[in-house]
Design a protein around this ligand. Structure first.
Ligand SMILES: Nc1nc2c(ncn2[C@@H]2O[C@H](COP(=O)(O)OP(=O)(O)OP(=O)(O)O)[C@@H](O)[C@H]2O)c(=O)[nH]1
Ligand SMILES: [Mg+2]
Length: 233
């Protein structure tokens, strides 16, 4: 089965070599698509050195735009299943098989850090934001997810097709992507996975950005649910 790893990377030159090495070693048959988004630290050169497909943007589009480009590439190449894998060393290649096996029963699989079997430490403000997001997603979709912002995900071909057209471009794309998949009738399922801490570089979620996009997401969720209700009336 044609399988691809989509690796969004923004200034991850420090951790990217180990990440690519680990994926290649574990799954030499997987196509690795690095989406470099205007990095200034040599990220794209590293991707090319490792023989990966490297989609490079001349300026920073943000992770949503980068992922959409990755999905579009996979769709054009008729990839049958893909998984999203962070370039900062947080995702564990030993968990990829587990994630992909979830596609036997679902169209999209989310690797969760917070299931009963796992405990993953996050700061207090992030923890609060995450539980509120869980609550909102449950309200909006009727489905219970424990890790709505996990970027460790797998997708089957129809979902790759959907996301190549409709993947959200704004930050907090991961939460909105769940809404889009569920709204389009896809079966989205979560499975518990082990995850590591970021190995180097900077996290992208600075607090002020988080608040702005959090408010934006609230609007997306409520406008979406109002439209649904009005549609039924
Ligand atoms: N292409 C692209 N990739 C990005 C961008 N922002 C972040 N990324 C990548 O997306 C992945 C996840 O970003 P992180 O900043 O680690 O976000 P996170 O994992 O939710 O946050 P932490 O838990 O703090 O690490 C990493 O591989 C980043 O390099 C961007 O603007 N463009
Ligand atoms: Mg990270």
């Amino acid at each position: 089965m044609k399988t691809a790893a989509i690796v969004p990377a923004f200034n991850e030159a420090e951790s990217l070599p180990d990440v690519l090495q680990e994926i290649k070693q574990a799954f030499p048959e997987h196509l690795i698509v690095v989406v470099d988004d205007g990095s200034t630290d040599g990220t794209s050169e590293i991707a090319k050195e490792f023989g990966c497909v490297c989609l490079s943007m001349p300026f920073n589009l943000g992770i949503g735009g980068a992922l959409r480009l990755g999905f579009r590439y996979c769709n054009e190449k008729e990839i049958e299943r893909a998984y999203q894998f962070d370039a900062d060393g947080q995702h564990d290649p030993t968990q990829i098989s587990l994630l992909l096996s979830g596609l036997q029963k679902a169209d999209m699989v989310i690797g969760s850090r917070f299931s009963e079997e796992n405990s993953y430490e996050v700061g207090r403000s992030r923890k609060t934001a995450m539980s509120f997001l869980r609550f909102l997603i449950r309200l909006s979709t009727g489905h219970k997810f424990t890790d709505t912002s996990s970027g460790f995900r797998a997708f089957n071909k129809p979902v790759i097709g959907l996301f190549s057209e409709e993947y959200p471009l704004e930050y907090m794309d991961s939460v909105e992507a769940i809404l889009i998949a569920v709204k389009n009738g896809f079966n989205v399922r979560e499975i518990p996975v082990q995850m590591r801490e970021r190995s180097a570089g900077q996290p992208s979620n600075r607090n002020f950005r988080l608040i702005y996009y959090f408010l934006r997401l609230l609007i997306v969720i409520f406008v979406g649910s109002r439209r649904k209700t009005e549609g039924k009336a």
